[in-house]
Design a protein around this ligand. Structure first.
Ligand SMILES: NC(=O)c1ccc[n+]([C@@H]2O[C@H](COP(=O)([O-])OP(=O)(O)OC[C@H]3O[C@@H](n4cnc5c(N)ncnc54)[C@H](O)[C@@H]3O)[C@@H](O)[C@H]2O)c1
Length: 302
């Protein structure tokens, strides 16, 4: 049976990587972007990734770049958008996609945190719309969260989970469409306390990161928090929560410390300073370190 045909809208950081994963898995992929230079460079960026990873460069032959949205989606069985994180842009795009796509195609958004219900609410056939949240870089991080809304047909979820598993990804079903899904909720719960520790003067930013990386971060890839709770005992976990949770940051909004960094133009790598100062060499070294770590994990088959 031929593999489902894939359409990817948005050929930026995530889109070109998603297209690459499906092409390596043997799918024909059509891809578009409304920014000419990004579309023009997409195949070269994918080829560079394939060479870097030692993957078969023949996968590139299965990727077609298209100038128009209509041409990109016309024949697709599965359409995923990875355009910028802007609700109005995504809402408008899906109205256009629905108009141009086949009636039986599955429509997916790769939004990081926006509820799928908000993005897909204006569609006529909402039962075929869902979220597929990938992690960067798509060809190195295994997980894809598959998010259904109250309208999504169970068959659409099942089909999409199988599609991603067949493509070598590790799909996880998110049963309720909450902001941030599972991964970003967990990640940003940790980040909220990390910012708070610095804000309260308990330690500096570098120390927060060192404590995570040199302690429980070492175990996290092989020991999830609920496995860990069972391992040490739910009774011990309860005792710890009784002491620690009342003091942990629980403000509902962003930290004023973070708001001030942004207001002061301290945007991180973009401006050379955020929580810490970053020289160009330090920025390059951190990027290389992360990529190398993820590549090693992939080689080991983690
Ligand atoms: N960067 C990440 O780590 C990450 C991880 C998971 C999910 N996401 C999500 O994936 C999506 C894309 O993120 P990214 O980091 O790849 O952004 P990006 O800026 O690298 O790429 C977005 C691309 O979409 C194109 N685009 C914008 N509007 C378009 C339109 N109407 N039609 C066609 N193309 C259009 C832009 O030209 C750009 O090339 C966002 O929703 C983001 O939240 C990002």
């Amino acid at each position: 049976m031929p593999k489902p045909r894939i359409a990817v809208i948005g050929a930026g950081l995530m889109g070109h990587g998603i297209a690459q994963v499906f092409a390596v898995a043997g799918h024909d992929v059509a891809m578009t972007d409304n920014h000419g230079p990004t579309l023009a460079s997409a195949r070269d960026r994918i080829l560079a990734n394939l060479k870097d990873l030692g993957d078969d460069a023949a996968a590139l032959e299965r990727i077609r770049v298209c100038a128009s949205l209509a041409e990109t989606v016309a024949e697709a069985d599965f359409i995923v958008e990875a355009v910028r994180e802007d609700l109005a842009v995504k809402q408008g795009l899906f109205v256009d996609i629905e108009r141009a796509a086949r009636g039986d195609a599955i429509l997916a958004s790769n939004t990081s945190v926006i509820p799928i219900t908000a993005i897909m609410g204006g569609l006529k056939q909402r039962e075929r719309a869902l979220g597929t949240h990938w992690w960067n870089p798509p060809y190195l991080v295994p997980l894809v969260e598959v998010i259904g809304t109250e309208w999504t047909a169970p068959q659409a979820i099942e089909w999409t989970m199988a599609l991603h598993a067949d493509a070598g990804k590790q799909p996880a079903h998110v049963k309720k469409d909450v902001p941030g899904f599972i991964g970003n909720r967990l990640q940003h719960a940790l980040w909220r306390e990390a910012v708070s520790l610095v804000e309260r003067g308990i330690c500096d930013a570098e120390t927060v990161d060192t404590v995570i990386k040199a302690a429980f971060g070492r175990r996290l890839a092989v020991l999830g928090p609920l496995e860990n709770a069972d391992l040490v005992g739910t009774d011990l976990t309860l005792a710890i929560h009784k002491t620690v949770l009342p003091d942990i940051e629980s403000r509902p909004g962003p930290s004023p410390y973070l708001e001030k960094l942004v207001a002061d133009g301290k945007l991180g790598f973009k401006s050379g300073e955020g929580f810490r100062k970053w020289s160009p060499e330090q920025r390059a070294a951190l990027r290389t370190r992360v990529l190398q770590h993820l590549k090693t994990a992939r080689t080991r088959g983690d």
